[in-house]
Design a protein around this ligand. Structure first.
Ligand code: SAH
Length: 381
């Protein structure tokens, strides 16, 4: 049971920190999320089937006005238009990498922005989306962490990234997979992420199977258990270290949920038989890439239906780490394979446009500077 819509300006915990004169949205219209819409329709005495019609206009057809909802009567459309804002991310600026990875940068309020990345990998086309502006998790090797948490995104902003992705795809391209691996810790914005997953999987929404959606987490364990219970998505856990001493240092969340608890929880997750947990492991030269690290990793994963995704560190301005050499990466992977684990190295995509893992830090990268003026679809391919 969700509360009825409340004005946009009052709903985010961080909104009080925003200066009122800098908040352009004075319309007090609520974000059009499934929960808010259903509650509002109930209050108006409108039959529930209308919710499905309206949500289909918004999320399946991506209309940009309530007037386009031709099977909804004009009086209801007018009321809707005064109560709700359609998913309202500003038009993104798009940059295109040499490998055809595209990055969409969305300005939020002044000084805040989020990013989504389109990764073509035929026959798949994956969108990597953000769940928060900034992030509070403080991982030492991640550019987003340097921003701190700026604010939560609501479900319509999370899914709004995908509405925009659909609009910029080339003819013949079709979104097939979604990963919550952009900015933010999805499980620290649990309700909005679960609502976004509902939109992604609903027949009136994106109609994606849960297996094509992956939520990646630093390991917020209570929320991870809930997520597996409440949604059909695949899960990925960012591990990156095999001792508490190192993980405490690289990923502060480990002090709250250390490795012992993390793996006890992973072993007990009620995964459907079809599913394995992905463990992401950011390879940092001289820090976690030694044979002793792979040996501990093999032990930790024993008996867990797992696959390991090795991510060579992607540098960003001011970062203190480096990726291992190709040779070291290869040997690390082969030690895992030799132990019978499934392991792959994540191809680095879009590094030339700062779109690779851990490089998303929109506002830190001079959103407010001259580069922000880059026109949409500036890509010459
Ligand atoms: N907060 C979530 C999802 C976003 S990060 C999580 O941590 O899982 C997506 C992945 O990128 C994570 O596995 C993270 O460890 C990894 N990552 C972060 N910074 C990186 C960097 N600089 N280079 C390579 N991978 C990085």
């Amino acid at each position: 049971a969700r509360t009825p819509p409340i004005p946009r300006a009052g709903k985010s915990p961080s909104s009080s920190a925003r200066s009122s004169c800098a908040t352009p949205d004075t319309s007090a219209r609520a974000a059009l999320t499934p929960g808010a819409l259903r509650a509002w329709l109930r209050g108006e005495g409108v039959p529930a089937f209308r919710a499905v019609q309206i949500l289909a206009w918004v999320y399946q057809h991506g209309v940009d006005s309530f007037d386009a909802m031709s099977n909804v009567g004009a009086p209801l459309r007018a009321k809707l238009a005064s109560a709700f804002a359609l998913p309202g991310l500003s038009a993104p600026s798009v940059s295109c990498a040499r490998d055809h990875t595209r990055k969409l940068l969305f300005a939020l309020e002044p000084g805040r922005a989020i990013e989504a990345v389109i990764i073509p990998d035929p026959p798949r086309l994956t969108a990597c989306i953000s769940s928060q502006a900034g992030c509070a998790m403080g991982c030492g090797f991640c550019a987003t962490a340097k921003l701190g948490l700026q604010r939560q995104l609501d479900a319509s902003e999370i899914v709004g990234q995908l509405l925009a992705v659909r609009r910029v795809l080339d003819p013949g391209e079709r979104l097939s997979n979604v990963v919550f691996m952009g900015m933010g810790e999805p499980l620290a914005n649990y309700d909005a992420v679960v609502e976004a997953i509902e939109i992604l999987t609903a027949p009136w929404g994106f109609g994606l199977s849960g297996r094509r959606i992956t939520v990646s987490t630093v390991g917020l364990l209570p929320q991870l258990q809930r997520l597996v219970r409440d949604t059909p998505v695949s899960v990925a856990v960012s591990l990156t270290a095999t001792t508490d001493a190192l993980r405490d240092r690289l990923m502060p969340v480990n002090r709250r949920y250390p490795l012992g608890e993390l793996f006890a929880t992973c072993r007990a997750l009620p995964l459907a038989q079809r599913r394995r947990i992905t463990f992401e492991y950011v390879l940092l030269a001289g820090v976690n890439d030694a044979p002793a690290d792979s040996a501990r990793l093999i032990k930790l994963l024993h008996g867990i239906p797992a696959k390991v995704n090795l991510i060579p560190f992607n540098p960003f301005p001011g970062s203190e780490f480096a990726p291992p050499t190709a040779d070291v990466i290869d040997r690390f992977k082969h030690r895992l394979l030799a132990a019978g684990l499934s392991a792959s190295v994540r191809a680095t995509r879009g590094r030339d446009i700062q779109a690779a893992c851990g490089q998303l830090a929109a506002s830190a990268q001079g959103l407010l500077g001259p580069r922000a003026a880059a026109p949409a679809a500036s890509s010459a391919r």
